[in-house]
Design a protein around this ligand. Sequence first.
Ligand SMILES: C[S@@+](CC[C@H](N)C(=O)[O-])C[C@H]1O[C@@H](n2cnc3c(N)ncnc32)[C@H](O)[C@@H]1O
Length: 236
Amino acid sequence: MKFNLKKKYLRLFESRAILYINLIIHKWFKEKDLGSLNLNFSDKPTRQHIVQKIIDKKNYKSYLEIGCRDDNLFSEINCEKKIGVDPVSGGTLRMKSDFFFKKNTDKFDCIFIDGLHEYHQVKKDIINSLKSLNQNGIILLHDCLPDSVFTQAIPRCKKNWNGDVWKSIVEFRTKPEVDVYTCYADQGIGVIFNRKNRNLLKIETKKFSALKFKEYFYNYKTLMNVISFEKLLELI
Ligand SMILES: C[S@@+](CC[C@H](N)C(=O)[O-])C[C@H]1O[C@@H](n2cnc3c(N)ncnc32)[C@H](O)[C@@H]1O
């Protein structure tokens, strides 16, 4: 018991130390700190409210969540069929999203992507989700609106961390065959419809992984196609 507790604290200390070292590396060698965007989600709807509202409004029957952890979202969702995929904890299936999609033959009405928050993995999760989405379905993604360079930096250097999910949203905003938005709520909820793009983003970049936070910082509303929850309800 005592030994386990010691091991737990040691692991906690190690993970905090790694975050701190990464923070120093980012501060000294990586992108400049431009300060905070002062995004405030405190008076906005939660992801639990948003997902359930969409499921109810569209009378959706099936829900897939990628990355469930403590089931803070998964356990709150009422839907006829629910599948949750996570290699560590929560949900219904203990595996990584790549493995799940490789075997999966089912289609879903609503897919919530909240697994590994790194551009290359999120891009794969989006491509796979589009193949597993019912015609009239919707894909949602958590953590699309980071507030500062450090909350999106890879490798992770902050406890509260969004990762660079935003880069995959920017990439899909440039594709004519999907319609992409970001709802200003709960760390930024990305929204992807399998329909013609209604507000195509035109930018020079081809290598989206190399996008700089500076570009996001000054243009996030346009790049991410930011909308309110009320507007999202009108769009679905
Ligand atoms: C931010 S948490 C999910 C939180 C949850 N969706 C919620 O709303 O409360 C991210 C989770 O993704 C899981 N994860 C990491 N890599 C993954 C992968 N490749 N496939 C699926 N889940 C992954 C982690 O184990 C972790 O539990």
